[in-house]
Design a protein around this ligand. Structure first.
Ligand SMILES: O=P(O)(O)OC[C@H]1O[C@H](OP(=O)(O)OP(=O)(O)O)[C@H](O)[C@@H]1O
Ligand SMILES: Nc1nc2[nH]cnc2c(=O)[nH]1
Length: 180
């Protein structure tokens, strides 16, 4: 896609959550997680690449000792339709016997988070919490719910704050929805 087409994508999009609202939600989430995980020493796993921006802002606000790591799993690629789960970077053995906090950008149909959860338990994690920045309000029942949620977004394809539109615009500080 050309730069002018990428700009047109953004120009035609609807603002869903302003940068200020994002900032406030991250701070509130960090307080909720810090209160709930007080006294814990979890492994925190960021789900690349969508969660990179959210994780970068959340981590310095968490008030407990933690071990950080990344996993990478994708279901959408550079498209707006979910398909099969592809593991690109699986969890490491250090999750065995540990409590794990998974950080992801969005919970849509919940298939990705449910697969991550199952894999971590199968690998011997003692407990798994999940924090997602955005929870999409879809009509279908989800196989999993997140323990911590930043904002609820409508049932549209959203991007910005780490989330991509056709591989682009993860750098936006606010969240937008594609037109149509
Ligand atoms: O709840 P679901 O319907 O399963 O979708 C949620 C997943 O989709 C996105 O990942 P994506 O596959 O787009 O990879 P990315 O993080 O590289 O953008 C997002 O980061 C979640 O992990
Ligand atoms: N960027 C982006 N990724 C997703 N993965 C699942 N739903 C979405 C969405 O609405 N936007």
């Amino acid at each position: 896609m050309k730069a002018s087409e990428a700009q047109a994508l953004l120009d035609g999009a609807d603002l869903i959550c302003s940068a200020e609202e994002v900032h406030i939600a991250v701070a509130r989430l960090a307080q909720e997680i810090s209160a709930e995980l007080k006294g814990e020493f979890p492994v925190v796993l960021s789900v690349m690449g969508g969660a990179a921006v959210f994780t970068g802002q959340l981590l310095p606000l968490l008030a407990f000792p933690l071990e950080f790591g990344a996993i990478e799993v994708t279901r959408y690629g550079n498209t707006t339709q979910g398909r099969e789960i592809t593991w690109r970077l699986a969890p490491r053995d250090n999750v065995r016997g540990r409590k794990v906090l998974v950080v992801d950008d969005i919970l849509d149909e919940g298939i990705t988070l449910a697969a991550i959860h199952a894999k971590l338990l199968e690998m011997g994690a003692e407990k798994v919490w999940s924090a997602v920045f955005a929870d999409k309000a879809i009509a279908k029942e989800k196989p999993i719910h997140a323990d911590f949620v930043g904002v609820t977004v409508p049932d549209r394809y959203v991007f910005g704050f780490g989330m991509d539109a056709y591989g682009l615009w993860r750098n936006l500080p606010a969240i937008y929805a594609l037109k149509g």
